[in-house]
Write a protein that binds this ligand. Structure first.
Ligand code: NAP
Length: 464
């Protein structure tokens, strides 16, 4: 048994935790760490970018202002006296796992799922076929996506996938620049959207309306677009809604959401198109078989599908060609391996148990934890990350004593950053960007915020 004296010293010393990634999962992890009040903590929330909030800033569609309001709650966490935001630091590039072992007792990886999944069809890589993640990054002003990435000179666009991201990108393409004026879209992006030649947007769902992944509020937003006719194919939604919904309570819950979608689609299918300048066409039971074109994409060969007796998706062999000058692949996000951290290439996540990172042999990697999409895959809404991160933090706090014992003497993070000559940014720098964006909105007479666009714009405000 250890003597009371050192034990006392150890528990008074704060547990130093590095959170890699300042999106909702990372910030909720910091929140759970500071709220518990049992183990004193100091949390460094790091991000590659000088701007915090991850997908809240660079993923939530600009016209979803209510969801973006989550940033206010996240802000309170970053302003907690035991939490520090460290921007401009890339895990794996600037700092390694070994570096963080010198500076922190534990690391929570909350790096999300930043790349697109593949469709694995011929022509997928033709110019003009783009990952929705790229398009989302562009209209959200992510500094990694150049402004010139999109010109929107195609009249017809095909969006593949029936998730909420697909609905976001369809909506942004189908809205007029006037409808988006009061959002935080960077001005140069809004200018491109204003000059858009897109007139028809096709959405391909490889299964039926009952199996679509999008949720009712998002579907409603699409169906209620004021400036576009949304065409719902009555024959593809002619399904008996009671065919699902029996069985376990969770299945009934899924079925309830699916039935709401079906009801909304049915009501909408009765509307006559009103001759609006833009049209959105929904195609259910339709999967891309091939992207057509030589030098760049000119269309999509779409195969009709159905479910077999076991509920598996199968092609009918019937195909139709849809013209398209641009194809947006919105078939889900995938995690990216972190240098020095185990990775499951099939699930595109870090293997874990209760948030504790597991090695390839199933043993716990001491001091390593995960939260959010890199832990459970790209599912759920922003709020899902709160309970997810809280679960990880519970496991981490259970380990607090052994973590302290394993790393009794730490060096300050600044020491390592200075050794490496890493010019990082801090929360004050972010507030400067925040203010510059609010000022820009006043100047342009556009809403509460207009985002800066590109690294150069950030550098002008933050320096370095
Ligand atoms: P998602 O919900 O997983 O949807 C992916 C879609 O792509 C599904 O319809 C899927 O069909 C389809 N798909 C997958 N592989 C395909 C292929 N090879 N060919 C054709 N279709 C294919 O992913 P997401 O839309 O990227 O969204 C990620 C998460 O973020 C979700 O949890 C979503 O709810 C959340 N999100 C929420 C909001 C919001 O709350 N407003 C906004 C954006 C995103 P199958 O079902 O047949 O696999």
């Amino acid at each position: 048994m250890s003597s009371p004296e050192p034990e006392q010293q150890r528990t008074d010393e704060p547990l130093r935790v590095a959170v890699v990634g300042s999106g909702p999962a990372g910030v909720y992890a910091a929140d759970a760490l500071t709220r518990q009040g049992r183990v004193p903590v100091r949390v460094d929330v790091m991000d590659r970018l000088p701007t915090p909030y991850g997908l809240v800033r660079y993923g939530v569609a600009p016209d979803h202002t209510k969801i973006k309001g989550v940033a206010r709650a996240l802000r309170r966490v970053l302003e907690h006296p035991d939490v520090r935001f460290v921007g401009g630091v890339e895990f794996g590039g600037d700092l390694t796992r070994a570096d963080l072992a010198r500076t922190h007792h534990a690391v929570v990886y909350a790096t999300g799922a930043s790349v697109d999944r593949r469709m694995d069809v011929p022509g997928e890589d033709l110019p003009g076929s783009v990952a929705a993640t790229d398009f989302v990054n562009w209209y959200c002003g992510h500094p990694d996506t150049a402004l010139e990435r999109f010109v929107l000179d195609a009249e017809e666009v095909v969006v593949v996938g029936a998730g909420n991201v697909a609905l976001d990108v369809v909506r942004i393409l189908a809205k007029t620049a006037d409808e988006l004026r009061h959002t935080d879209i960077p001005q140069p992006v809004l200018d491109v959207l204003a000059a858009s030649r897109v007139r028809t947007v096709h959405l391909l769902s490889r299964r039926g309306p009952l199996q679509a992944k999008f949720t009712a509020p998002e579907l409603r937003d699409l169906l209620e677009l004021p400036g576009a006719d949304v065409v719902v194919p009555a024959d593809q939604i002619d399904i008996d809604p009671t065919a699902v919904g029996t069985g376990a309570p969770e299945l009934r819950e899924v079925a309830r959401a699916a039935r709401t979608n079906l009801r909304l689609l049915r009501e909408h299918a009765e509307h006559e198109p009103r001759g609006r300048s833009r049209t959105v066409r929904l195609h259910f039971w339709s999967r891309p078989q091939e992207l057509l074109g030589e030098e760049r994409v000119t269309g999509v060969r779409v195969e009709s599908t159905r479910l077999d007796a076991e509920g598996r998706l199968t092609g009918t062999g019937e195909t139709t060609d849809l013209p398209a000058g641009m194809v947006l692949r919105s078939v889900g996000y995938a995690g990216v391996p972190l240098p020095g951290v185990p990775f499951d290439p099939a699930g595109r996540t870090v293997p874990q148990e209760r948030g504790r990172v597991l090695d390839t042999d199933g043993t716990v990697v001491p001091g390593d934890y995960v939260a959010g999409w890199i832990k459970r895959g790209a599912t759920g809404v922003i709020g899902t990350n709160k309970s997810d991160a809280a679960g990880t933090v519970r496991a981490l706090l259970e380990d607090a004593e052994s973590l302290r014992a394993a790393a009794p003497e730490l060096v300050p993070l600044e020491t390592v950053l200075d050794e490496r000559g890493i010019a990082h940014s801090d929360y004050e720098d972010w507030l400067r960007i925040d203010t510059a964006e609010a000022d820009q909105a006043v100047e342009l007479d556009r809403g509460e915020r207009v985002k800066l666009h590109g690294w150069e714009a950030y550098r002008r405000v933050v320096g370095g």
